[in-house]
Design a protein around this ligand. Structure first.
Ligand code: 9D3
Length: 236
């Protein structure tokens, strides 16, 4: 898979891409992540990429021309069109189901914005979808782009050790995780539940399932709601 990221702050991506699963997935050739600086495609010597909104109002708007020039430059670097995604607060809320869908693509082009928003002709002219990562206000689309990259890349075949990928798929889908413990057996007066020390795997499985259900009911009852479409997709 090739992922292009169009951004005014490519340096923000350095650390997340250089660690753990994202670093290994790139080293193994599972994904090629290409960062492009939209400012490099500004037409004037001031490298201007934003301007005042027509009709007035506060803040600045990302200009169409530099984004189009940057987009056309990266699109020419690979055959597959793939999906074009604007990270915007107006977008479809990101979910595990969307991550699964994106992980099947040969190519993604992610466009992270700054300022108050994109000139609408960027969305219209590029035929872009929009994704939001949730209903809270961030300073730009870079962190959301990294969230999308992380969620998608770890789904690529071979990106995650199989101890994680197949772990407890049987019953954990759609539920919160059961509680986990590692050594020592007692820490500051808190003991590991007896059932986990016994080695009766049937009993352990039943206990974990009950814990997962109890915790979901207590902390995320929305996940158990039959009317929640998430319960009919990939789940959490
Ligand atoms: C004043 C209206 N604001 C919209 C809610 C303006 C605005 C706020 C923040 C415009 C852009 C931004 C920057 N945020 C993103 O680019 C963004 C974002 C987010 O803020 N929250 C969740 N997901 C995303 S994806 C991109």
């Amino acid at each position: 898979m090739r992922i292009d990221v169009l951004t005014l702050f490519p340096e923000m991506f350095a650390s997340p891409l250089a660690h753990s699963i994202l670093r290994r997935a790139q080293a193994a050739g599972l994904v090629e992540i290409v960062l492009s600086n939209i400012r490099d495609f500004a037409a004037d010597s001031y490298r201007k990429v934003d301007d005042k909104p027509y009709g007035g109002g506060s803040g600045m708007v990302m200009m169409a021309a530099p984004v189009f020039a940057c987009f056309e430059h990266v699109r020419a670097q690979a055959e597959e069109p793939g999906r074009v995604i604007l990270l915007t607060p107006q977008g479809q809320p990101f979910s595990q189901a969307i991550a699964t869908e994106l992980a099947r693509q040969p190519r993604l082009i992610l466009i992270a914005g700054r300022y108050e928003g994109f000139d609408e002709r960027i969305r219209l002219g590029l035929g872009a979808e929009q994704i939001s990562i949730g209903d809270y206000v961030l300073s730009g689309g870079e962190l959301p782009a990294m969230v999308v990259i992380d969620a998608v890349v770890r789904l690529l075949d071979g990106a995650v050790g199989d101890e994680n990928s197949v772990r407890d798929e049987s019953f954990s889908e759609g539920l919160l995780e059961y509680p986990q413990y590692t050594r020592p057996e007692e820490f500051r007066g808190m003991r590991v539940p007896e059932v986990l020390l016994g080695g009766d795997h049937k009993k352990i499985e039943a206990w974990r399932k009950q814990q997962a259900l109890d915790r979901t009911r207590q902390w995320r009852p929305d996940l158990l709601d039959k009317n929640n479409p998430k319960n009919n997709e990939t789940g959490v």
